[in-house]
Every structure is written in structure tokens, then in C-alpha cells.
Design a binder for this molecule. Sequence first.
Ligand code: AMP
Length: 159
Amino acid sequence: MIAKAVENILEEQQDKFLIPAELVANVLEDNRLDHAFLVLTKVKYAKIPVLDNKQHFKGLLSLAMITDTMLGLNGIDASKLHDIQVKDVMQTDVPLVKLPYDMEKIMHLMVDQAFLVVVDDNNCFTGILTRREMIKAINHLAHELDKRYLVEARDQLKA
Ligand code: AMP
């Protein structure tokens, strides 16, 4: 369990965590890999969400997932990219987050994920939580904690 004071201060910041869906670059599961390759190259993000045409979250796509399909015995072959769809190569085992946020779970997941996908109860894509925004919230917490709560070392209390 994380300390209640920490949880409270982080929760106050939670409206600022989310990058809303309309600001998040994405591709559709039916898009061809040549299109997805262009999108990923242009947006310069390592990995982006994959949606269906009704805004449901389907998976994640990285450049490496695309370039992997280009590797052949005779070097790199991009000619097949138009014949493969995003849904054929995307990552589907993705941890998902829903509101209300469970701050402890989010912090655990963010150890290994640069961003977390937020969905609603219908699996519609709501946005992402990024490590960057989370680190800003933790920085705020570090500055606020002893202004708002009495923080004393246990050793001092014993002395
Ligand atoms: P950051 O913590 O801001 O570096 O973001 C971590 C990761 O989240 C990036 O590498 C991207 O994979 C993803 N990301 C952040 N912002 C966006 C965005 N606007 N659209 C798509 N993906 C994003």
C-alpha cells in the first residue's frame, strides 16, 4: 500500500496526467503497414495505440514491429508492407487503466511501460498516461508533501 498522503496528493493531480485521445497519434487496425510506417516515422514516437473505426482500443504498434516484417534472407524488403495490416503485427497483451485511477497499480506498471493506455468501460480509447506527466506529478508531490502533512522520521520519534 502506498501512503495515504502520497495517494491523496497524486490523486489531486490526476486531471493533468491524461493526454486525451484527440491529441494522441494513432493508427487503425485495418491500416496497411506502409501507411503505419509513414505515421510512426513522422510522429517520432516509439509506439502508438491502434484503434478500430469505432474508437475501441485494439493494441500498440512500434516501428520495430513493422521493420521486423521487412527482414528477409536477402536484406531489407519493404515491398510486402502494403499487403500486411496493422492488426497482423500489433502487440495485443497491453495492460489497460480505467478511471478511477489506482495510483499504486499505475506506478507499478509505469516501471516497465513508457505510457499506459486508458479506456472506458466499453473499451473505448480515452487517452494515455505518460511517464513524463507522472514524473511531473511525483515532482509536485515531493515539493508538497511536507508542506501539507507532518512528516517525521520514525527514528527521531523513538529518540
Ligand atoms: P513521454 O513520457 O512523453 O516521453 O511519452 C512516452 C511515450 O508515450 C512516447 O514514446 C510515445 O510512445 C507515447 N506518446 C506520448 N505522447 C504521445 C502522443 N501525443 N501520441 C502518441 N503517443 C504518444
